[in-house]
Design a protein around this ligand. Structure first.
Ligand SMILES: [Zn+2]
Length: 177
């Protein structure tokens, strides 16, 4: 079910989210949360990722749209959304880049934020299995942005050049997290 995406300054966005406990994996409740997160993200044409607090769930979960993993030449290849539960950053590159960023919970503001250009995270999937994944560019940016959400941090806390006057045509090309 598509849920409403909470907007800054909702207090839920500022809470530290709770770890998902072992007994919650494979539960009906967790399955529903994941389904709602995927449905909500699906509905946002410019959305690339969504964290639990953004739909009012203070649990350490985020999902990344499969579209960021698809190759530009991939012919209609549908890649599943990546579900990350209890994610932790285990490695960040020293190399940092200024990235242009927006957030589904801070519409319609964009800004520039310095982020590691490569990030490795360890997380659990919907079955509780641990995995590690390394991403660069937009994927590294998403991992850092989403884990910030789970700690009550919004990109506007650390971004510069905040603007809310994105022209419509450009807005379409921007990816929101
Ligand atoms: Zn966000």
């Amino acid at each position: 079910m598509k849920r409403i995406i909470l907007q800054n300054p909702n207090k839920i966005l500022r809470r530290i989210s709770q770890v998902v406990r072992n007994e919650e994996f494979k539960s009906v409740d967790l399955k529903k949360i994941l389904r709602d997160m995927n449905d909500t993200l699906e509905f946002e044409y410019d959305g690339v990722a969504l964290a639990g607090p953004q739909i009012g769930i203070n649990k350490r979960i985020f999902v990344v749209s499969g579209k960021v993993f698809s190759k530009p030449d991939g012919k209609n290849t549908v890649i599943k959304n990546l579900v990350c539960i209890n994610p932790e950053i285990i490695k960040l590159s020293k190399d940092r880049k200024l990235m242009h960023e927006g957030c589904l919970s801070v519409r319609p503001i964009y800004g520039d934020i310095r982020r590691a250009s490569r990030a490795t995270i360890r997380a659990q999937d919907e079955n509780g299995e641990y995995f590690e994944i390394t991403g660069s560019g937009i994927i590294a940016e998403i991992f850092q942005h989403e884990i910030d959400h789970l700690n009550g941090i919004l990109f506007i806390d650390n971004a510069i050049n905040l603007k809310d006057d994105m022209p419509r045509t450009l807005e379409k090309q921007k990816k929101m997290k």
